[in-house]
Design a protein around this ligand. Structure first.
Ligand SMILES: [Zn+2]
Length: 167
């Protein structure tokens, strides 16, 4: 899907981003622990029409960051770029540091201070991630957000175990 860039009051924004979110969510509109990765979508600091797809692999802690058009992030070296730092901070806010650490297999010593930085316990490598796969998960997530609050079952949720019994 192409990003539809719309013009609102002279400022271009990516049309797929939901409006009127809090500042933090606007910066990291999508974060999830899935497919063996911490992955998500991070707004560009400088260009409101651009987003980055950033991922950290569990176990290897391999990092990837690229625009949704698959241009590599210029800020990514052997250490997380600012997009990955935002993604990780947001993940800790959303899931809590224990869950993120467990998922990524980061060993945080028990004596570590609460609120300490997960990154200081990780050794990073560079990886390659399916940017388009992550980005389409983001688009699907947005589609769910835009679903009306009612009624009809969502076909893609058919696998979700029905509550109650009988069959
Ligand atoms: Zn980046």
């Amino acid at each position: 899907m192409d990003n539809e860039v719309v013009d609102i009051g002279g400022r271009s924004v990516v049309g797929v981003l939901p409006p009127a979110r809090s500042r933090k969510l606007a910066k990291v509109p999508f974060v999830e622990l899935a497919d063996g990765r911490l992955q998500g979508v991070v707004s560009s600091g400088s260009d409101p029409a651009r987003v980055y797809v950033s991922t950290v692999a569990a176990k290897t802690h391999a990092l990837t960051c690229a625009t949704n058009n698959n241009r590599p992030c210029g800020g990514l070296g052997g250490y997380p770029c600012k997009h990955l730092q935002s993604l990780m901070d947001e993940a800790v806010l959303q899931y809590g540091i224990e869950r993120v650490a467990r998922y990524l297999r980061v060993t945080v010593p028990p004596e570590a201070a609460k609120g300490s930085d997960l990154r200081s316990y990780m050794e990073f490598t560079r990886g390659s991630a399916p940017t388009s796969v992550v980005f389409s998960r983001f688009l699907r997530y947005l589609a769910y957000l835009e679903l009306p609050a009612a009624a009809d079952p969502v076909p893609e949720m058919h696998w979700f175990p029905a509550t109650g019994a009988g069959r």
